[in-house]
Design a protein around this ligand. Structure first.
Ligand code: ARG
Length: 388
């Protein structure tokens, strides 16, 4: 099995050391030829995967024909292969999606597999479509979803950002991790007002503090097998960390799945307030750091599920009656383009009947529309709960 080691070296692959700007596309320039041994390994593992009953989008869309078309390609700047994109999906047949872009060019070079997956995940974003310009609107259009505090435990809105001139996780060198952390930490420490706060690096954090932050849903989990096999955990915990404001309702994750995750969260259902705080935070940080944005794909992220707006607006919500009728809950979620997850996020169980429900698609619509989609959907679920 090809696993990305925590060192800089891949067992069969390339050693990533280049530091070119991912946004300066090397049109016309080709990547290196795929190593013969790597190609053999890729073929063998694809054949095994094709026989599994994985329900992932990768399994559905990676036909033999597309596999054959892409297996010898590499990206110009980082020599990433198809195997780098699909290793997580091959190692984890229980993936929902199963693919990541090791570098930004992979979205183009391996478009024949990314495009259909993007189209299905983001409900109809075609390869000829262009993601719209950002439009945040304002939180005042989103009244409290649960003014009596009967259903919603907490509300969270996040977005992801990549920093210009740095590749995604699998291609970052240890030095680049350190550099990125330094840049982000300095930018974050210059935030003012309600965003004023502290950065805590993960390296050196004591285990009990770390576990408490994870249990309180502030900090990312450690050892995510989907990310690890995608090559996103190299040099862990170096270069990773978390920033909080004083009230712990504005957080920034550094170098977890994406370079930056900007999070606003609080107890209760006041989506408008939570959203406004996130917008203010992204805008303030955007004045200090240049984010990577692609003309067609919108904000660039490591996982294709987060492209476009990269917005995920979620509630932790208890809907006991609907919970007893899982089919109805799923049917409503599908109708309103919502995603239902367990209490500790994806691939987790719903503890005490608390689900994490969010907008599913993030591409082909504006930030405002993504929030509206979630607001409408959660309202509909609450109404269904009341009428059940
Ligand atoms: N690769 C995982 C899967 O396919 C996660 C996909 C979406 N989540 C994410 N954090 N990017 O199930």
């Amino acid at each position: 099995m090809l696993v990305f080691s925590r060192g800089n070296r891949l067992r069969f692959g390339v050693i990533f050391r280049q530091t070119q700007c991912v946004n300066c596309r090397h049109y016309g320039k080709k990547g290196k030829e795929v190593d013969k041994e790597l190609l053999k390994e890729m073929e063998k593992r694809y054949q095994i995967f094709a026989k599994t009953d994985s329900k992932s989008l990768l399994k559905k869309h990676l036909t033999q024909e597309i596999f054959d078309k892409l297996k010898t390609r590499t990206t110009p700047s980082f020599n990433s292969t198809l195997l780098h994109c699909i290793n997580s999906g091959l190692c984890n047949p229980d993936s929902g999606v199963g693919i990541y872009a090791p570098d930004a060019e992979a979205y183009k070079v391996f478009g024949a597999i990314f495009d259909p997956i993007i189209e299905e995940y983001h409900r109809g974003f075609k390869k000829t479509d262009k993601h719209p310009e950002s439009c945040y609107g304002s939180g005042k259009d989103f009244p409290n979803l649960d003014p009596d505090n009967a259903f919603i435990v907490s509300t969270r809105v996040r977005c992801g950002r990549s920093v210009q001139c740095y590749p995604f996780n699998p291609c970052l060198t240890e030095q680049q991790y350190a550099e990125l952390q330094y840049k982000l930490c300095s930018a974050l420490h210059s935030l003012e007002g309600e965003y004023f706060g502290t950065y805590m690096p993960l390296a050196g954090m004591d285990k009990s503090t770390q576990q408490k932050l994870i249990d309180d849903h502030f900090l990312f989990k450690e050892g995510d097998r989907f990310l690890e096999t995608a090559g996103a955990s190299r040099f862990w915990p170096n270069g990773r960390g978390i920033f909080f404001n004083k009230k712990k309702n504005f957080l920034v994750w550094v170098n977890e799945e994406d370079h930056i995750r900007i999070i606003s969260m609080e107890k209760g259902g006041d989506l408008g307030k939570v959203y406004d705080r996130m917008i203010g935070g992204v805008e303030a940080l955007g004045k200090k750091i240049e984010f990577s944005r692609d003309e067609r794909l919108g904000f660039l992220t490591f996982c294709p599920t987060n492209l476009g707006t990269s917005i995920r607006a979620s509630v932790h919500i208890k809907l006991p009656k609907l919970n007893a009728d899982k089919e109805k809950m799923q049917q409503l979620a599908d109708e309103y383009h919502l995603q239902v997850r367990g209490t500790s996020g994806e691939h987790s169980e719903a503890k005490g009947g608390v689900h994490d429900i969010s907008n599913k698609r993030r591409m082909g619509l504006t930030e405002y529309q993504a929030i509206k989609e979630m607001h409408d959907g959660i309202n509909a679920l609450i109404e269904a709960e009341c009428n059940a």
